[in-house]
Ligand binder design. Structure first.
Ligand SMILES: [Zn+2]
Length: 413
C-alpha cells in the first residue's frame, strides 16, 4: 500500500476524492500535517438535495481539523465544488469526511463525542486541543440531532421540574417520562412556569406523542405549572410529589432559623443539623444542637418538630390513612404555631400543603413512582459538573440531554 493510500484510509475519503499532497509544517508548534485532497478532473458530484450526479459549477477552498497524526495536528484542505442541479439549482456539494458547515472531520467529531460522554467538556476540549466553545458547537449539534429523533409515541405520564442553569439567573424546565426507569429526560426547555408546559405539548406532538394519551402528571406545587398542565392535558390527573412538599418545609424551617438567629444565640452547628435529612445519622454535634434547641424552647426547634412530623404522614400505608394523618398533622402544627411571629414561615408552608392536599394524597393511589423527580437533582448536579467553565441555558440543556435522555448520539462516518 502506498503511504497516501494508508492516510486516505484514515480519513474516510473515497472517489472521486483523492489525497494528492502531504506536508509536515515543522515551523508550527505543535507541528501540523497538511493533507490536500482533490477530486479527479471533470468528476461529477451528487446534488445534496436529490443525489443526482451533477457537474461542478465552481470551487471554494475549505480546511478541516482532523484527528492528530501521532503528536502532530492534522489539517485537511480541499477545493469543494458547488454543483448545478437542473432541479435544485446551485448548492455546495457535501464531502464524505465532514458534515456540512463543520470545520472538523467526522472522525474528529466522533472522538470528541466519545470523550464528552466520559468527562467534563472543558477537559475533553483540552485533550482534543480545541477551544471549549468550538467543542460545545459539536456537542449541541449532535445532541440536537439525536433529540430530533426521539420517539414519544408511548408517553403516558410525565413529571416536570425546574432548575437554575446559572446560579439564580436563567432557568431550564426539565420533563421526564415517568415510565422510564433510566434516562427519563424527554424535554428540556429554557425558562420556568407556564409557557414551558405549552412548549412541551408542541414537542410531544412533533415526536409522535399525543397529549390526550397522558394520564398523569407529577409536578411541584407551583400554581403556574399546575394551571397550565390542566390546560394542556386536561384529562390527566395531577400529583404533587413528596420531595417538593419536604423542600417547601425545609425552606420554611430555614427561614425560621435565620429570623431567630437575629435575636437569639443559636447553637453553632445548627444550620447543618436542622437542614440535614434526619434519615441519616446526625453527628454528635448536631444531636447536641438539637437537644439544646428543644431544651431552650427555641422556635427553630418547634419548626424542626413540625417538619419532622411530615415523615409520619408519608409513612401512611393507605390513601385513607394518609388523609387522616394529613388532617391531623395540619391541626397539630397549627396548634404549635398559634400566633408565634417567628413561626410565620411555617404557616405559609402549611397553607401550601393544605391547598394542594388532594394532589399530594394522589401519590398514594398513583400508578407512577413520584420519587422520580427527586432523582433529577443528581442529574442536574452531574450536568453542572460536566459543563463547568462554560455555562448557559444551551450548554446546560445539551448536557442534561446527553446524560439523562434516551437518545443515541451518533456520528456517522
Ligand atoms: Zn437536486
Amino acid at each position: 500500500m502506498h503511504s497516501n493510500e494508508i492516510l486516505a484510509l484514515g480519513l474516510g475519503i473515497e472517489p472521486p476524492w483523492r489525497l494528492v499532497d502531504q506536508r509536515l509544517d515543522t515551523a508550527a508548534s505543535p507541528n501540523v500535517l497538511h493533507l490536500t485532497v482533490a477530486a479527479d478532473r471533470g468528476a461529477a458530484f451528487a446534488c445534496p438535495t436529490c443525489g443526482r450526479s451533477c457537474k461542478a459549477h465552481d470551487f471554494q477552498e475549505f480546511t478541516w481539523r482532523h484527528l492528530n497524526f501521532f503528536q502532530h495536528h492534522c489539517h485537511i484542505t480541499a477545493r469543494v465544488p458547488r454543483v448545478h442541479c437542473p432541479e435544485h439549482g446551485v448548492h455546495r456539494a457535501t464531502v464524505p469526511w465532514a458534515r456540512e458547515g463543520s470545520r472538523f472531520t467526522l472522525l474528529f467529531e466522533q472522538a470528541a463525542m466519545m470523550l464528552v460522554r466520559e468527562m467534563p467538556v472543558l477537559a475533553a476540549a483540552r485533550l482534543m486541543e480545541i477551544t471549549d466553545k468550538r467543542l460545545w458547537r459539536i456537542v449541541t449539534h449532535y445532541v440536537d440531532q439525536a433529540v430530533a429523533a426521539l420517539d414519544l409515541s408511548d408517553l403516558k405520564a410525565f413529571g416536570l421540574d425546574e432548575t437554575a442553569a446559572k446560579r439564580g439567573h436563567t432557568y431550564v424546565t426539565v420533563f421526564i417520562d415517568l415510565d422510564r426507569p433510566d434516562k427519563p429526560v424527554v424535554f428540556v426547555t429554557p425558562g420556568r412556569g407556564k409557557d414551558t408546559v405549552a412548549r412541551f405539548r408542541d414537542h410531544l406532538a412533533e415526536h409522535g406523542g399525543e397529549p390526550g394519551r397522558v394520564v398523569e402528571v407529577v409536578s411541584d406545587m407551583s400554581g403556574a405549572f399546575i394551571a397550565s398542565v390542566r390546560e394542556v392535558v386536561p384529562e390527566a390527573s395531577v400529583t404533587v410529589d413528596w420531595f417538593h412538599v419536604v423542600q417547601t418545609f425545609t425552606k420554611a424551617l430555614d427561614a425560621v432559623r435565620r429570623a431567630e438567629a437575629k435575636s437569639t444565640r443559636l447553637p453553632k452547628a445548627l444550620r447543618w443539623a436542622v437542614l440535614k435529612n434526619a434519615d441519616g445519622p446526625l453527628t454528635d454535634k448536631q444531636a447536641d444542637a438539637l437537644a439544646e434547641l428543644e431544651a431552650c424552647g427555641h422556635a427553630t426547634g418547634e419548626a424542626w418538630r413540625i417538619k419532622e412530623k411530615l415523615r409520619w404522614v408519608r409513612k401512611a400505608e393507605t390513601a385513607q390513612a394518609a388523609r387522616w394523618r394529613l388532617t391531623h398533622f395540619l391541626r397539630h402544627a397549627r396548634d404549635i404555631i398559634a400566633d408565634k411571629d417567628l413561626l410565620k414561615p411555617m404557616q405559609g408552608a402549611l397553607a401550601t400543603l393544605d391547598k394542594h392536599a388532594e394532589r399530594i394524597l394522589q401519590r398514594w393511589t398513583s400508578g407512577h413512582s413520584t420519587a422520580r423527580l427527586e432523582g433529577l437533582n443528581g442529574l442536574f448536579q452531574a450536568a453542572r459538573a460536566r459543563e463547568r467553565g462554560y455555562r448557559n441555558a444551551t450548554t446546560f440543556t445539551a448536557m442534561i440531554y446527553l446524560i439523562g435522555a434516551p437518545i443515541r448520539v451518533f456520528v456517522s462516518t
